[in-house]
Design a protein around this ligand. Structure first.
Ligand SMILES: C[S@@+](CC[C@H](N)C(=O)[O-])C[C@H]1O[C@@H](n2cnc3c(N)ncnc32)[C@H](O)[C@@H]1O
Length: 206
């Protein structure tokens, strides 16, 4: 991970740094070699995604959303939203990802930013809603089956009284009916998107 990424500042989030890929194709290949897999997962963890950037910006603008609260970051990738929640004063932050390399990246990035987060390998969407105050979900609506499982779980969490914040730049499987809280223009890279600036919104469930 250290060999194939560079610890870089995250645009518009002063003081936050992430191990970021310079060349996604090289990194993807290296991941396959390291794991001995022909179909290694795309290294989502090696970039801050537009949806996660929007959630992170929203937390910095409204730290009271997480300060003193217990937070889960679902689909944490690099750990971006979990790290920013911890910086904003969350009392306990759990980062969740199905990809074991993402979990290692979240750990590494949390250390690089001087925050404590727990990283779990549990498949939380197969469980009842987490006993927490806030669930963050940055950019998790890009593939049909995972998006439907995640949004079903987010709806259950919301119905149980958990504050749910979803960040998304308008992916195909973002369900209708979410309440938009704010929109941010975020930096991206042509390594993963079709443009270097994207508009991404933060939504909550009604
Ligand atoms: C596009 S990345 C977004 C990462 C980060 N939230 C951000 O915005 O930068 C989506 C992440 O969701 C993870 N993921 C996909 N399905 C998941 C599931 N069922 N449970 C937890 N994580 C999942 C992927 O492994 C990936 O790391």
């Amino acid at each position: 991970m250290r060999r194939t990424t560079r610890l870089q500042d995250v645009p518009d989030l002063p003081g936050i740094r992430l191990h970021t890929a310079v060349d996604v194709t090289l990194l993807w290949h290296a991941t396959g070699v390291e794991l001995g897999l022909d179909d290694a997962p795309l290294p989502y963890w090696a970039f801050p995604w537009p949806g996660g950037l929007a959630v992170a910006r929203h937390l910095v603008a409204h730290p009271e959303l997480v300060a003193g609260r217990r937070v889960v970051d679902l689909g944490t990738g690099s750990g971006l939203c979990a790290i920013v929640a911890a910086r904003c004063g969350a009392v306990a932050v759990t980062a969740v990802d199905v990809d074991p390399i993402a979990r290692a990246a979240a750990d590494l990035n949390a250390s690089a930013n001087g925050v404590d987060i727990a990283v779990t390998r549990r498949d939380v969407v197969a469980e009842p809603p987490a006993d927490v105050d806030v669930v963050l979900a940055g950019d998790v609506s890009y593939e049909e089956s995972m998006a439907s499982a995640i949004h079903r779980w987010l709806a259950l969490a919301s119905a149980a009284g958990v504050t749910v914040l979803v960040g998304d730049p308008g992916r195909t499987y973002l369900p209708p009916g979410l309440a938009r809280l704010a929109t941010y223009e975020v930096h991206s890279t042509r390594e993963i998107e079709d443009a270097t600036r994207k508009r991404a919104s933060v939504f909550t469930l009604r």
